[in-house]
Write a protein that binds this ligand. Sequence first.
Ligand code: ARG
Ligand code: ZN
Length: 853
Amino acid sequence: IPVNLADYTPPVFQVETVELEFDLHPAATLVRSRLRLHRHAAGQLHLNGRKLKLREILLDGEPLGDNLYSLDPSGLTVFEVPDEFTLETLVEINPAENTELSGLYMSGSGFFTQCEPEGFRKITFFPDRPDVMARYRVRMSADAKRFPVLLSNGNKLAEGEEYGRHWAEWEDPHPKPSYLFALVAADLVAVKDEFTTRSGRHVDLGIWVERGDETRCGHAMASLKRAMLWDEDTFGLEYDLDVFNIAAVSDFNAGAMENKGLNIFNTAYVLASSATATDTDFQNVERVIAHEYFHNWTGDRVTCRDWFQLSLKEGLTVFRDQEYMADQFSAAVKRIADVRLLRATQFRDDAGPLAHPVRPASYLEINNFYTTTIYEKGAEVVRMYRTLMGREAFRHGMEIYIRDNDNSAATVEDFFNAMQAAVPEHNIWQIMRWYEQAGTPEVTAEETYDPASRSFTLTLRQTTKPTPGQDEKHPFLMPVAIGLLDAEGRDLLSETLLFHKAEQSFVFADIDQPAAVSLFRGFSAPIKLKGQSRERLAFLAAKDTDLFNRWDALQQYATAVLLEAVAAHQDGQVFRLDDGLLEAIAATLREAPRDPAFTAEALLLPAESLLADEMGVVDPDAIHAVREATRAALGEALRDRLNSTYWEYGKVDPADHSGPAMGARALKNATLAYLAASGDASRAWEQFNNTGNMTDRLAALTQLADLPGEKRDTALTSFYETWRNTPLVLDKWFSVQARANAADTLERVQALTRHEAFELRNPNRVRSLIGAFSANQAKFHNASGAGYRLLGDMVLRLDETNPQIAARLVSGLSSWRRFDTARQDLMRAELERILAREGLSSNTYEMASKALG
Ligand code: ARG
Ligand code: ZN
């Protein structure tokens, strides 16, 4: 039964205080809960609860007779209660058998929780919805030897030990929804530090990890302190408790979780050292640490009324972490990386059967809605607010938002109202359409110049294709950052237009005829700009003052060239490298010293999946052949320049993870890839054997993995032997093989699913092999259908233990309509096979049935 936004009703009871007592045992944990409740609206008392064994129930201290309540798989109903009362329950749960990794579960050395969105109901009976905000006090006891560290939200009040078991009491002074509850009882060690807030609050910081991992926490800790300072400087937001703990766990469904005062993290986003983590990992650690910390205000202090508002906290917090990262490194390069991700994942979802608005209107399983639409497109919407309003007004709007919604559960409308209040002179209501309508708008531009009046007219048109359940689309409001350029690439004019109709003209008077127009600078709206001529793209790629658009013009240019070559390949013609592309890439290389990190991005050709998105019927083999031929031809034609660039940027300190060092490594490894593509893997072999830096090692291994033969096998074996006991690095070993271009990739992935180190229980491992493989377009879409079958098998096996992860994998099959009929049949058959499984989870059911359409 779907849940609908339109059916929202306020909670019948509010909870003032929660007292929890955990008697922790792996296979039988007892949870006693005392809730102080009061009536808020008319109706019966229903508490959510799943897989709980009720042992005791008392109302105002009196045991409740069996005839006064009822239990069903979704929870507990108490028939008659006063308007104010205390409800006490004792339940038994089994953390050791909790393979869903939601609620209280065991991983590695201990107990961990994940409650967002609906895991708390697997711990105790509770109105498990975010608009019920209560104050929590927690007592837990556990075996002192096995589980020496006991953590929960807020501040520790007391602790003690008796008869080999120890206990601790924690209290969180801030009211919070149940999804922010957290508990850890494990054998961990802490890396400690401290931070003093601007107004003088002293905060103890702790990062808790398994013994031996302490040496890889420095980067996370430094990132945390930078993020704390940044939020004070940028938004005036200070931390509000005396303790901030982060606990790392290796079995985790998501990246990390913002539980109040006790963030729980996937180890992948905490641990980093130059020997074990790539520069991308370092940046991901910093980004996710900042993201979860920023949730303290945008998520915890101001939370969501219901899960339809998920993007209220996620889109806003992603926007905040993007801005933070842009301030640490290069803003343009960060923007490029973000847009690359948005196009590769969100645009794809928005064009397929799983398309949904930033605020969905209904869902079966909320866990399926932690999507790039909610997160990344949601962040784009927040960014558009800021572009429309300007930085000052946006910051003011944020102040109003926090002030008016502090300690409460808000909606997307509350955010809008705060922003609108900050710009009373403008009416920005139309921005709300971005929350309501799914799909990526397509925009075209037409230009005319009248020499007599020296006026330049730009006409923009927008259309958005229908998406499931939304046939008619209304125009979006979008800020269009533009520049009019002269022949030398100088800005004649640059400003931001407000484009809000299906068709709209903008006239610029008293202006020389521009040589080119640069549109949607910095990707000022999440749209597809269509119909730019190749001459225009080549000009912008060489001359635009906006770095993002310069990169994008080259990407669009390369896309056009590659698609043309794909068509030629399908016609049986011999491949020929486009002169314009060669010249543009050569020019990019020549300008490398200006900005190595940018150059590394610019050298990267559009991904195979992006080329596929532009084809009527996707031909994965032709796309792969042409893109590889292009890389090889470029590597060949530019060999000398690539070699000299390789050496020039090769001498980076392997322990240096500053922006310039990472930029240099990125550029060096981009040249390495071109050289290997043109058949010269000797450099990759040498680099693999002579570096202790994981970025360089993995970049080299990636190249070697593409070429079947002795070198590949030796390199993979030695990598495995070195890292077999370091799970996060072993993940890389799996994914490098799953992503490989080698002809035997499919067979190797099949074999790897039976490898002794492949663990279905560990989400990181599943993502590193199965997730990575299903993103390897040419190999996954093997015409035999064996790739689809492999995915279908994994989905069905995983569905029995971890439906959240199983459901996510299904999206690999959702693009079936885009392929030839033979592949369509094979992909559909897998979806049907999944749906035919008896006892399928609602998670996987929702994804597979929507994918099938
Ligand atoms: N709120 C967390 C974050 O983005 C993510 C929680 C993910 N939960 C899930 N069921 N996928 O920071
Ligand atoms: Zn988040």
